[in-house]
Design a protein around this ligand. Structure first.
Ligand SMILES: *Cc1c(COP(=O)(O)O)cnc(C)c1O
Length: 397
């Protein structure tokens, strides 16, 4: 017999789940039975992976795995503590130093995840009496980070510089103004106009914070990210990124001035109060940062694959929106249709995820695809032929 309270919670949860199911917005649990790679086994079926963030195909890279194993043997499975007590190991420091060189920054500091970075760093930089000026399509971790602070939030139109300017003009009474944006928008794959944002920030004496989760390893020389891409080194105050996408592992970070990183080391709550990365994770991240600098051909392949796949989808008549990066949405409108397209493709051997409300508006449901440096031309031709077949069957093209 369960307690009445348990029954209540289950009843509430069930009602909400039923409502989500009716709206076609439930997640379906797909289980990978091996590593994340170009071809994967999912729920017993071999399928082409088109929905990972594994841009450079590093998640199952043998050299990175070897470095992780070596660190595991040398340092053990856990770090033993939070970073500020006794959980800072040499491997954590080596990663931060190598990353600073890679990012052309004075210093870096790593966190458990990108989400934890935004959740912890934003409330450290702004509080009561301050304002966050935020793009309307920013990632949920930015929105939650702003909520965690006691600052006010002003939302500007997506990449709309007139709207940003208006927001900044209305913000003069605040103590501190933080302009915050995704570098590459995760649902549409478009790039924020960082040069214009930096100019406005300089004109209005504001701080700039760029979340480069999808630009890292993808944009700039050797994947140094959006700031290098636009040649804005030293002009963006806080560069935030993640190891969970192109770098193939897990972890978040900030690159910036030495004093900023010292400050975050002493103040960010998820950093102070939550265990640090296992040594194998730090070692894999370090190996990834080194690996990308030694393998420029990864970027050539990633961008060649991106151009080929986008052009192929366009020729077939699919709407790929405003993407400028390897994130290529295939926009179908209604959430039921997005689910049907994803399901049809899965049955044909191509793995994509439906993206539906509330991640995108109700009329802009889509499947999102990301090709990687690991895909071959034959893989992409396979994917395009399946999109053509299922798209025709569902009357999308
Ligand atoms: C994925 C993502 C994050 C979160 O990064 P994790 O390291 O996976 O927690 C933050 N911001 C943006 C824009 C992202 O796309």
């Amino acid at each position: 017999m369960s307690s009445p309270r348990q029954d209540d919670i289950d009843a509430i949860a069930k009602a909400e789940l039923d409502q989500m199911a009716a709206g076609n917005v439930l997640w379906r649990k797909r289980v990978l039975e091996g590593p994340s790679d170009s071809w994967v086994t999912v729920d017993g079926k071999k399928v082409l992976m088109l929905c990972s963030n594994n841009y450079l195909n590093l998640a199952n890279n043998p050299e990175l795995k070897l470095e992780a194993i070596k660190a595991l043997a040398e340092y053990g499975v856990g770090s033993g503590a939070v970073r500020v007590i006794s959980g800072t190991m040499k491997i954590h420091v080596q990663l931060e130093e190598e990353l600073a060189r890679f990012k052309e920054a004075q210093a870096t500091i790593t966190f458990q995840s990108g989400f934890a970075t935004n959740l912890g760093v934003i409330p450290t930089l702004i509080g009561e009496g301050d304002v966050a000026v935020s793009d309307e399509l920013n990632h949920g971790s930015i929105i939650d980070g702003i909520r965690m602070s006691k600052a006010e939030r002003r939302v500007y139109g997506h990449c709309d510089m007139e709207s940003l300017k208006e927001a900044l003009e209305g913000a003069s009474s605040f103590r501190r103004v933080l302009i915050i944006t995704d570098a590459v928008f995760s649902m549409d794959g478009d790039i924020a106009p960082i040069p214009e944002i930096v100019k406005l920030a300089e004109a209005y004496a504001s701080i700039t914070y760029v979340d480069d989760a999808h630009g890292e390893g993808v944009l700039g020389d050797l994947g140094r990210g959006v700031v290098n891409h636009f040649r804005l080194q030293g002009r963006v105050d806080v560069e935030m990124g993640t190891f969970s996408k192109a770098f193939g592992c897990v972890g978040g970070y900030v690159a910036g001035s030495k004093v900023l990183c010292d400050y975050l080391f002493n103040k960010v709550r998820p950093f102070l109060l939550s265990g640090s990365h296992p040594p194998a994770v730090a070692a894999a991240n370090l190996a990834a940062v080194r690996y990308v600098q030694e393998h420029p051909e990864l970027f050539v392949t990633l961008w060649r694959n991106t151009a080929y796949f986008k052009e192929g989808l366009g020729k077939l008549g699919f709407d790929t929106g405003r993407s400028q990066t390897p994130i290529t949405p295939v926009i179908v409108g209604d959430s039921g249709k997005a689910q049907a397209l994803a399901q049809g493709l899965f049955e044909e051997g191509a793995f994509v995820t439906p993206i539906v409300y509330p991640m995108v508006t109700k009329d802009r449901a889509r499947v999102r695809t990301i090709v990687t440096a690991g895909h071959t031309q034959a893989d992409l031709d396979f994917a395009l032929s399946k999109f053509e077949r299922v798209g025709r069957k569902l009357g999308i093209v």
